[in-house]
Design a protein around this ligand. Structure first.
Ligand code: ASP
Length: 305
């Protein structure tokens, strides 16, 4: 039994050939900063909820990743953000969808969980709630970067690559187990480039992109959200662990490498079990990811090992 954390910065199909040493170093630095900050929270006895919030907030602020600042653009050229957080201790959960002015959507999701009787708030209602909690709003163009504008243009110009291929490089998430044995998961995203205005992906759907239950595991997903919603990916993995009599690795393999793959759903997950063991699985070419545990393990990876 140990405290540990895993993070992801999106499952992508960025071909290895397109990855220059400079780009790789920048992605690794962003992942390392979030991983180490989240782990430091656990080291000093903090909760898994605080660890995943800290890690995801840093990834939201990093323009390289598709969440918060640097999120992908909708078909209309705006940014719409989704996020969720879940507490494995008591199955409390909070989520927001379609917010366009909240700098750190994970913080708002946590406020929904801790300070409202609801699980999910969307759009204007979510942002009004943010104001009542003293969470600052920013203009929508705060989130936009030239890279994301160029990606949208290429999608609108009918680039042959599916939107997923351009965008799936940065949904962010974290899962953690703290010293008290509590699990937590958090996920945050801008969704997929060129998505329809109002589209909500799997990220904020509890049981699809995000789930945590102390008796099973904590999961944060990334990938083609429509498939992850229909396969209820995060909950399916936890359910297999809770009453399917399999290990987390077996459950993740069955869902990500078999079930999802057969449906045509590209992407992956990071997960942590009740003992603090980490599993990271993806059926895409790569997934930005990292894990660190009390036993001294620390790894940051992009492609398959
Ligand atoms: N899962 C996210 C969504 O569909 C996108 C991604 O992870 O790349 O909104």
């Amino acid at each position: 039994m140990m405290h540990s954390i895993a993070i992801h910065g999106g499952a992508g199909t960025l071909p290895r050939a397109d990855m220059t040493p400079e780009r790789e170093a920048a992605y690794r630095a962003g992942l390392a900063a979030a991983l180490d900050a989240g782990f430091a929270v656990l080291e000093r006895g903090g909760t898994s909820l605080d660890a995943v919030t800290t890690a995801v907030r840093l990834l939201e602020d990093d323009p390289l990743f598709n969440a918060g600042h640097g999120a992908v653009l909708t078909h209309e050229g705006t940014v719409e953000l989704d996020a969720a957080i879940m507490d494995g201790r008591n199955l409390a959960a909070g989520a927001v969808a379609g917010v366009s002015h909240v700098r750190n959507p994970v913080e708002l999701a946590r406020a929904v969980m801790e300070h409202s009787p609801h699980v999910m708030l969307i759009g204007a209602g979510a942002e009004e709630f943010a104001l009542t909690r003293g969470i600052a709003l920013v203009p929508n163009d705060f989130f936009m970067t030239d890279t994301r504008r160029a990606q949208l243009s290429s999608v609108l110009a009918g680039d042959a690559r599916p939107a997923n291929e351009l965008s799936a490089l940065g949904t962010v998430g974290a899962v953690a187990r703290d010293r008290d044995g509590n699990l937590a998961a958090a996920t945050s995203t801008g969704g997929m480039t060129g998505k329809r205005y109002g589209r909500v992906g799997d990220t904020p759907i509890i049981g699809a992109g995000t789930y945590a239950d102390n008796h099973a595991c904590a999961v944060s997903a990334t990938g083609h959200g429509e498939y992850f919603i229909r396969a209820a990916v995060a909950h399916d993995i936890c359910a297999r662990v809770a009453y399917g009599g399999v290990t987390l690795a077996q459950a993740a393999d069955a869902v990500v490498m078999d079930r999802l793959q057969k449906m045509g759903g590209e992407g992956g997950i990071i997960a942590i079990d009740a003992t603090g063991g980490v599993v990271m699985r993806f059926n895409s070419e790569g997934m930005f990811r990292g894990a660190r545990a009390a036993d001294g393990t620390r790894e940051i990876l992009i492609y398959r090992k």
